[in-house]
Design a protein around this ligand. Structure first.
Ligand code: GRF
Length: 214
């Protein structure tokens, strides 16, 4: 049976759309049960509603503390019987309490080849460093920011003349392909968090963990 997944967003939600589209295919091991935003004006909310997905807003500004905000999120997730969480452009740092509560059941997509370029402005920093290969990573979420065990990565070339925008756009195409693959892997048991590392099942042949368009 399909696992119940919540996608947490703060903005436009293009990765969310790719997850919704993938999950609508017959046989996909996940269904998007909820889209939750911390911002009432997130453009992704409208896109989720248009796709017929349940949405919720927990506005961090109307909660006095981070813990209070997260308890409210957790209550909504429980009410919707959510089993796995995908962070997709969710711009709030989560406390250890929330992360530990969802350990092994919460993943994130980050626009760099981790462990390079944790944090923000990844494309700008990649251009400054002069790397020739850049990309994106899906990883389990751990308390340390952008430091969790890696499930899947996609690589793209950095091309002379690239700007932050052109690089971001090239990587976003790969994000939209990679994130559904990683969600499939955790929902069908191909990738599990075990002892702080990703355990890949023996029946899984490596397909989908690395994408390289070159
Ligand atoms: C993506 O680049 C993702 O890697 C990062 O935030 C961005 C979200 O974009 N975590 P979108 O809201 O999915 O369009």
């Amino acid at each position: 049976m399909a696992r119940r997944v919540a996608v947490l967003i703060s903005g436009r939600g293009s990765n969310m759309v790719s997850l919704i589209e993938a999950a609508s295919a017959p046989g996909f091991p996940a269904e998007i049960a909820l889209v939750l935003s911390n911002r009432p004006d997130a453009a992704g909310l409208e896109r989720a509603r248009a796709a017929g997905i349940a949405t919720a807003v927990i506005d961090h500004k109307s909660h006095p503390t981070r813990e209070d905000f997260e308890q409210a999120m957790d209550a909504v997730l429980t009410r919707h019987r959510v089993e796995f969480i995908c962070l997709a452009g969710f711009m709030r740092v989560l406390t250890d309490w929330f992360v530990e509560r969802w350990t092994g059941r919460m993943i994130n997509i980050h626009p760099s080849l981790l462990p390079l370029f944790r944090g923000v402005h990844t494309h700008r920093r990649a251009l400054e460093e002069g790397v020739l290969i850049h990309g994106c990573t899906v990883h389990f979420v751990v308390p340390e920011l952008d430091a969790g065990p890696i499930i899947a990565q996609a690589a793209v070339p950095v091309i002379p003349g690239d700007t932050e925008e052109s690089l971001a756009a090239r990587i976003l195409v790969q994000e939209h392909l990679l994130y559904p693959q990683a969600l499939r892997m955790i929902c069908d048991g191909s990738a599990r968090l075990e002892g702080g590392r990703v355990a890949f099942s023996q029946r899984w042949n490596g397909e989908g963990a690395l994408r390289s368009p070159i």
